[in-house]
Design a protein around this ligand. Structure first.
Ligand SMILES: C[S@@+](CC[C@H](N)C(=O)[O-])C[C@H]1O[C@@H](n2cnc3c(N)ncnc32)[C@H](O)[C@@H]1O
Length: 266
């Protein structure tokens, strides 16, 4: 693990993300789909009913809810993460619903496998790594021709106001994870954080020791260099240089700090 990975890992070992409150099948499938999966899948033009028998890589799977969702629909899922506590929760979740997911402890940069994947997902991960493009190239290489790559990243424009808030948190609470989270509780939520999920959400959003910011144009450049054709993004953006810039300025105003973008490997 490099220095960035070590510091990021300290946070997730303590607050595994997203630690969703999954009590039953409805929470895992319908609720997850309504809340997030439909938007993610739409960027790649996918529906869960098409997953049966497909090889899916969930890179930086966190507590494994999305991996289990893919597996529920019959995909063969490989899920990797740097965080032991998250993987433990993922394995427990899969066991609870009798789902088969191959969870492993691994940095994306070190992932070596003979497998090639129909769909690669890497959501909210690369911007917490020292070299996002290097890891993107690993993922792009592991995708089959005709397969899809979907990544979720913090946006350079949409996250601008949030960066000011992070600066303020750093100035008031320093680097210590617990002190920072206490400060967030006091000054932003103004109440005790209620659940494990809420703590994980707040820790990921406000306390993370390392994050980088990316533009649509930058990711389209990554796609281009790796022979990947853009499909769609959420929130929607046109890909022309000025259109993309204009869209991202709107994200700044609306504070859309996170975007999901998919492409197809040629
Ligand atoms: C914000 S969470 C996202 C979890 C999951 N993808 C989701 O969308 O719910 C980021 C995850 O990336 C993992 N991670 C960070 N750097 C990584 C790396 N270099 N290789 C693999 N996983 C990494 C963290 O341990 C953490 O679980």
């Amino acid at each position: 693990m490099d220095r960035t990975a070590r510091s990021v890992n300290q946070l997730y070992e303590r607050y595994p993300y997203p630690s969703l409150p999954i009590r039953n099948e409805r929470d895992l499938i319908s609720k997850l789909h309504t809340n997030v999966m439909s938007k993610i899948l739409a960027t790649a033009g996918l529906v869960p009913e098409s997953f049966s028998g497909k090889e899916i890589l969930d890179a930086g799977c966190g507590t494994g809810e999305k991996s289990c969702y893919f597996s529920y629909y019959g995909a063969r899922v490989t899920a990797i993460d740097l965080c032991n506590s998250s993987l433990k929760r993922g394995r427990e979740l899969a066991e609870r619903f009798n789902l088969k997911v191959e969870f492993s402890l691994c940095d994306i940069a070190d992932l070596r496998t003979e497998k090639r994947f129909d769909h690669v997902f890497c959501l909210g991960v690369l911007h917490h790594t020292s070299d996002p493009y290097l890891r993107f190239c690993v993922l792009a290489d592991l995708c089959k021709p005709g397969g899809t790559v979907t990544i979720g990243l913090y946006n350079r424009y949409g996250r601008l106001m949030h960066r000011i808030r992070r600066l303020q948190i750093g100035l008031n609470a320093g680097e210590n994870i617990d002190r920072r989270l206490e400060y967030v509780e006091r000054s932003i939520y103004r109440r005790k954080l209620k659940s494990t999920h809420e703590q994980a959400y707040a820790a990921d959003k406000y306390v993370n020791p390392y994050e980088s910011y990316h533009s649509v144009g930058e990711v389209l450049g990554w796609f281009n260099k790796n022979d990947i054709t853009y499909i769609r993004s959420h929130p929607h953006t046109d890909t022309g240089r000025f259109h993309a810039l204009f869209t991202q300025l709107k994200w700044l105003i609306k504070r859309n700090g996170f975007f999901i973008i998919s492409g197809r490997k040629n």
